[in-house]
Design a protein around this ligand. Sequence first.
Ligand code: ATP
Ligand code: MG
Length: 204
Amino acid sequence: MRRIGIMGGSFNPVHIGHLMLSEWARSEAGLDEVWLIPAGMPYMKASGQLLPGRERLHMTELAIAENTGLRCLDIEISRAGDTYSYETLEQLNRDYPECEFFFILGADCLFAMENWRHPERLFASCTVIAASRGDIPMDRLQEKRVDLEHRYGGKIELLPFLNLSISSTIIRERIRKGFSVRYMVPDKVLEYMEEKGFYREKEK
Ligand code: ATP
Ligand code: MG
């Protein structure tokens, strides 16, 4: 079986936190590849400033172009309507029976998962790898892991990660205020965002 990591998210825009976590998880969890899957219209988020899927996908492709261990998939943005992670993972299992899937997420998402649609189906389709993020202490992650595993019968691996307080929200805010985001995103992504004038307007 090939071991494939899946990173979902809005990638609005993709940033070094996403890239570093993908690469970190790939090597630490012994994954053959990590596939980044930009979301269509995430139902949990207000849609102000959410760029069209094809633009977020394009920036993600620019960001990973030189890393053969990372791929980018358009399966969520090409699907109409809301996107649910369990549907994506079930589809991946059907389409790639030779692969075993590991769903990589940051700690914030571990705490949000119980409100996602059909967490039990997501857990049945993959192993979850939850990376530390921000200042949520490891023992709280450990507690949440036990709780979720009991409730949904899934498997969660905790992945200690660097404490990187970068987020797409911070990047959008900085651009709106006219501050530099150089080095927070790969140069190619920066150039594309500048050329297109992304995120300059106030969030709705
Ligand atoms: P936003 O601020 O718009 O919510 P974001 O930076 O949180 O953007 P998302 O696209 O929402 O990025 O996140 C995709 C995935 O990457 C999520 O699982 C999230 O937890 C994880 N992630 C993003 N940034 C980090 C980070 N700095 N450290 C650890 N995980 C991260
Ligand atoms: Mg987020």
